[in-house]
Write a protein that binds this ligand. Structure first.
Ligand SMILES: *Cc1c(COP(=O)(O)O)cnc(C)c1O
Length: 223
């Protein structure tokens, strides 16, 4: 783990930007060490892994779910998750709402948009999202709160392209804010920026950066 890099990132963050430490594939001991150092917000992308870590780590950790969420896995995170970044369909939001009702809580969510120039990234198109927001069934979902948007840029060295994709996400945020969430102060988050591109994301208006490898080191997907 690179505590110096962590401190450097923390020190460089403007007010209003929250660092989500992405601990996926990393052991609970690494999370505990960063917790000791003051970090409270952690991001995971597998529901069962997050559940296992939640059970053994301090209860005041804020767990953010950042990966593609299958409806049959919601149960592993619904009782305690602080923010789901990756709502990518109306059906998923309805299912999250059901689990929130069961747990007698309100679950904050972000709407994930497809901004990358790649087939593999999940997310709404603007049209799909508008169809959901205009559906009469949407306002019946009382146990989810939409706090903003999330997106992942294309995996490329072309930082101008990455910047344009972040600008696009900011524009989507602003349009949704103006049209659907003008009266809703909770709609304020733009989750964008990872280890390789977070300084650009901050310049383009990010409020939540999701940093994994820069802090925890490279991930070993084979373990
Ligand atoms: C893994 C992951 C990150 C962190 O990526 P790094 O490049 O390691 O910082 C951020 N966001 C999502 C959605 C991820 O899956």
């Amino acid at each position: 783990m690179n505590i110096e890099k962590y401190d450097e990132i923390r020190a460089s963050l403007p007010a209003g930007v929250c660092l989500v430490a992405v601990s996926k594939f990393k052991p609970a001991e690494d999370i505990a060490a960063l917790y000791q150092h003051g970090q409270r917000v952690f991001g995971e992308n597998h529901a069962q892994e997050m559940k296992a870590k939640h059970e053994v780590l301090p209860q005041d950790i804020e767990w953010h779910f950042i990966g593609h969420l299958q409806t049959n896995k919601i149960k592993y995170i619904a009782p305690y998750v602080s923010l789901i970044h990756s709502i990518d369909s109306f059906d998923l939001l309805k299912e999250v709402n059901k689990h929130a009702v069961k747990n007698n809580r309100v679950i904050p969510c972000l709407l994930q948009f497809h901004i990358a120039d790649e087939e593999t990234k999940f997310g709404f198109t603007f049209e799909e999202c508008e169809a959901m927001l205009n559906d009469p069934g949407f306002i019946e979902l009382k146990n989810v709160e939409i706090h903003g948007v999330m997106g992942m840029a294309t995996f490329t060295d072309n930082m101008e392209q990455v910047r344009e994709e972040f600008q696009h996400l900011h524009q989507i945020f602003q349009e949704l804010k103006n049209i659907y969430f003008a009266q809703n102060p909770d709609f304020k988050e733009i989750s964008m920026g990872m280890s390789e591109d977070y300084p650009i994301a901050i310049e383009e208006g990010s409020t939540l950066i999701r940093i994994g490898s820069a802090i925890f080191g490279p991930r070993n997907y084979n373990v």
